[in-house]
Design a protein around this ligand. Structure first.
Ligand code: SAM
Length: 293
């Protein structure tokens, strides 16, 4: 079930009773879409020089990240063509967001275009080509062969409740959809997430913290585009917190994926994260904090 929830910047989100989690940070849903996704992927700058921008949004949800992306791109260059490939397991989220007019205050023509996407699963207009595929992203992503994204929004529910979309194997498929200079943004700085991104071939850096102390992550297949992580954070990733989630056949349940990681942590010779915390009591590399997404 989807429960409507206000956030601190005045925009609304949903709370998912299935995942016991909000779709956005309580500090601001709109702020999160802009600050954690549209700005770090440098869409406004790229709109000035790219002939067309390709976006991959594997957890489309209410569509806020795509709305923020379109706003950033068309504010900078109103003539920039955009292609969006979006995936989502629950079609009710996007349609409920439109029904409740949650996208209504983004500038025109964004609300109308995203309403069409939610209703029909596709848009073909002069500046926007978009597809919203319904199903488990671990399977639907396989239909995207050849798509090369300039921006990727990695925005599942948190790793603890939705590990399926944070595994090494899923992120390897995401990497296949990333252009050589594409940028992937995520709100998470969890060790398991950053290790999985690194194993999938991405270079990983910090984004500026938005609405909380911990940063998000920015990633690219081109390491020259990413400021390196501090040695402190690199050390954190070498603890058991840096052991990633795995889903070898991309079909396991969340419970099984969590259990597999717990077993791997128990068998590991890596330093325990609690010991590491004692040595680094104030480190922001430690994302034990963000329960709130
Ligand atoms: C945090 S919300 C995303 C919010 C969204 N990015 C936005 O801007 O509104 C996570 C989304 O992932 C979807 N989801 C969960 N498991 C999924 C799966 N296996 N495949 C695709 N989508 C999934 C949920 O239904 C939810 O809409």
């Amino acid at each position: 079930m989807l429960e409507l929830q206000p956030t601190a910047d005045g925009s609304f989100t949903f709370f998912s009773t299935e995942f016991s989690q909000s779709f956005h940070s309580s500090s601001g849903a709109k702020e999160e879409a802009i600050g954690k996704f549209a700005i770090p992927t440098q869409l406004a700058d790229r709109a000035l020089t790219y002939p067309k921008i390709n976006i991959f949004d594997p957890c489309y949800g209410l569509g806020y990240n795509c709305a923020a992306a379109l706003q950033a791109i068309w504010s900078a260059n109103p003539q920039c063509p955009v292609e969006i490939m979006a995936l989502e397991i629950n079609p009710e989220v996007a349609t409920a967001a439109i029904e409740q007019q949650l996208l209504a205050d983004w500038p025109a023509p964004i609300p109308a275009l995203l309403a069409e996407l939610a209703a029909t699963g596709k848009v073909q207009s002069n500046l926007l080509t978009a597809q919203l595929q319904i199903g488990d992203a671990r399977q639907t992503i396989k239909t995207l062969q050849g798509f090369q994204a300039d921006a990727i929004f990695l925005d599942p529910f948190s790793p603890a409740v939705c590990p399926e979309l944070w595994t090494v194997e899923f992120l390897q498929l995401v990497a296949n959809c990333c252009a050589p200079q594409g940028l992937l943004a995520t709100y998470s700085c969890a060790g398991a997430v950053r290790s999985a991104l690194l194993l999938a071939g991405f270079a990983v850096g910090d984004t500026s913290p938005i609405g909380r102390k911990a940063p998000g992550s920015i990633a690219s297949l081109d390491p020259d585009l990413i400021p390196p992580l501090s040695t402190d954070i690199q050390g954190y990733l070498q603890t058991r917190a840096g052991i990633p989630y795995r889903d070898p056949d991309l079909i396991d349940t969340a419970d099984r994926i969590r259990l597999r990681r717990t077993w791997e942590q128990q068998e590991s010779n890596l330093e325990s994260t609690s010991q590491w915390r004692k040595r680094h009591p104030n480190s922001l590399a430690d994302p034990a904090l963000p329960v709130d997404k």
